[in-house]
Design a protein around this ligand. Sequence first.
Ligand SMILES: NC(=O)c1ccc[n+]([C@@H]2O[C@H](COP(=O)([O-])OP(=O)(O)OC[C@H]3O[C@@H](n4cnc5c(N)ncnc54)[C@H](O)[C@@H]3O)[C@@H](O)[C@H]2O)c1
Length: 464
Amino acid sequence: MNIKKKILCIGAGYVGGPSMAMIAYKCPDYRVTVVDISHERIDAWNSSELPVYEPGLDEIVRKTRGKNLFFARDIENQIKENDIIFVSVNTPTKMFGTGAGMAADLQYWEKTARQILEHSRSSKIVIEKSTLPVKTALAMERILSSAKGKISFEVLSNPEFMAEGTAMNDLENPDRILIGSRETKSGLKARAELSDIYARWIPKDKIITSNIWSSELSKLVANAFLAQRVSSINAVSALCEKADADVTEVARAVGMDSRIGSKFLNASIGFGGSCFKKDILNLVYLCNYYGLPEVASYWESVVKINEYQQERFIANILSSMFNTLAGKKICILGFAFKADTGDTRESPAIHITHRLLAEHAQVIISDPKALKNAAFDLKDENGEITYTEDPYRAASGCHALALLTDWNLYRKLDYKKIYKSMIKPAFLFDGRNILDHKKCFKIGFNVYPIGKPALSHFKVSPDA
Ligand SMILES: NC(=O)c1ccc[n+]([C@@H]2O[C@H](COP(=O)([O-])OP(=O)(O)OC[C@H]3O[C@@H](n4cnc5c(N)ncnc54)[C@H](O)[C@@H]3O)[C@@H](O)[C@H]2O)c1
């Protein structure tokens, strides 16, 4: 087939791999190559066990890999070869120097810019796919503008809005595609070229364009809004527990207001994932940088409530289990930060496990996809941790279950069988409010949901 476009993506992670697989799938006449400094990652993309678990991803990679989708190690050559370069490297929170713990660490980003500059032999469109602080494109442009001769670069912002766990569906049917550019002749031309790629499968009215700074900022703000909804309902859940209200009932009533909407209103142990916290902290840093401390502290409170919610969950476990966890076995159902992913970055389960171990509990961790990452996250923990994929084996002989990830399979377990195998009194802490609490209570569990009254078999009230 005649190759119409040659596309490169630098960074073969959770975003680079799936998003490029979708472009290759939808555009069989484009050649798409993905590179990464991690050879291990590239080898995994070329193997039968992909480095990222996403429902539907395997199938699309199988259909395109070796035809028009390639995973390669030779970054320098690929920069020379390709005309359109997506950059999807990681942009974690900076952990040193100015802005430590808040600002984005742009070292990977800058290295990539310099690498593109060094190895380009022709003009290119460079597209920011990573989530970046507003005005990062300016730094990229400045680095790239030192190119010699007739080579020129056009920098675009095209933030990725897909969510892990539903990435393939989000990539195939996105709510919108956002492309930001300079409003110059060459900027608008590059913008049109990128729009053409997406227009192969996405309706034109969903491909929106803006100035480059609005585009960069939109991604940070979108994540901040999503996280803010989680923290809002979680803050309400604390009040519900005190006021004998039920957070699910409150959320349903509130969410039916069409101005508010019902999505993202499930009370839980809080958000995780590699993006929300880092992007909000990045926004907080930017607000402070631009002299807006009130705005900064407003957004910072979203992260604080998230931490508070995890602490509340631990405090609840501790007080319900007679203020001591020493030597008790707690089974954690789910370690991934959400269902349908193996990703554990910033998963609340990490902090909760850490706190349980600090109380000298024995922790048995179960998860269908995330055990390898869990073992890596917890490698420096002292204390007794066991990893068991089978939830029935994991729960057997335990004093309590702590459900931390909303995997569908946990809704369908035989809780009667599990209850029988546990030490009594058996406790169930539903950190995602996904179980049938009344049914579990009837089975015999003492049930502790989030934001609703506990269902306990203990007859003696604390005030007696
Ligand atoms: N994960 C998500 O759900 C998601 C969604 C939207 C946006 N984002 C953003 O997309 C970006 C990437 O996220 P991710 O989750 O894919 O990260 P990731 O850590 O999974 O992948 C990034 C990859 O980039 C590689 N890399 C780093 N520096 C490199 C270099 N100089 N040359 C080549 N490769 C390099 C790393 O080895 C890694 O494999 C981040 O900015 C993130 O905020 C992530």
